[in-house]
Design a protein around this ligand. Structure first.
Ligand SMILES: CC(C)(COP(=O)(O)OP(=O)(O)OC[C@H]1O[C@@H](n2cnc3c(N)ncnc32)[C@H](O)[C@@H]1OP(=O)(O)O)[C@@H](O)C(=O)NCCC(=O)NCCS
Length: 189
């Protein structure tokens, strides 16, 4: 234990969704995402077992306490049942007013517009509350769903990062996308 005092947990509302800081009881929710090959096939790491999911959650909880925060790793939930983690969305701060964006949903929750709503809210939080200037998203070149998602939100493709990640026993390129502060146009509801 660090003895550090947690600040007020972050909660963001996006329509019927609530994006919230992860909590100590979220191990099953984390495992349901990062333990599923259908999800991790597209991520930068192979599927994790329960102990590894627990370690991952411990790290997330630890980094929540950093001042200033360098990471916003939020659980995607429905506001009506915030204890059920259906995905995550993350901003990892680095560089000058910049952050990397990441996200994933449990397979049974995909294809319903949830990522679009959650990522939009996180972009708004990044450019608005955090005062960021530049967001990047690095995506496996075969990940059509993810590339379509960021393109539909106004991200532009910048190029290819060669052999960017080593996962599932092989190197993988990333297609690199970015969105600048002035380019963000919140969708009209
Ligand atoms: C990428 C992911 C988060 C998208 O989540 P989702 O909730 O299904 O996405 P949405 O329903 O909000 O759709 C967003 C856009 O992507 C498109 N899309 C979603 N799934 C798609 C698919 N399988 N093929 C093609 N396009 C797809 C939608 O049509 C939509 O585009 P539009 O607004 O132009 O119609 C989800 O597929 C996922 O978790 N994948 C595994 C993890 C992952 O790839 N994470 C990102 C790593 S870079």
């Amino acid at each position: 234990m660090t003895g550090r005092t947690p600040s007020q947990p972050l909660k963001l509302t996006a329509g019927s969704l609530m994006l919230r800081d992860f909590e100590a009881g979220d191990t099953d929710g984390v495992l349901a995402i990062v333990g599923d090959d259908r999800v991790t096939h597209w991520l930068s790491f192979a599927s994790r077992d329960r102990d590894e999911a627990q370690s991952m959650l411990d790290g997330i909880l630890e980094r929540q306490l950093d001042t200033p925060r360098c990471e916003y790793y939020l659980a995607i939930t429905e506001s009506a049942s915030p204890e059920v983690v259906i995905g995550f969305v993350r901003l990892g701060l680095g560089g000058v007013k910049a952050a990397d964006l990441g996200y994933a949903l449990r397979p049974e929750w995909q294809g319903r517009g949830i990522a679009r709503a959650a990522v939009s809210r996180m972009i708004e939080f990044g450019f608005g509350d955090l005062g960021l200037h530049r967001l990047t998203a690095n995506i496996g070149p075969q990940n059509t769903a993810s590339m379509r998602l960021v393109e539909s939100l106004g991200f532009r493709r910048e190029g290819t990062i060669r052999d960017h990640v080593h996962t599932n026993g092989a190197w993988r390129d990333s297609a690199s996308f970015s969105l600048l502060e002035g380019e963000w146009q919140p969708a009209a509801e």
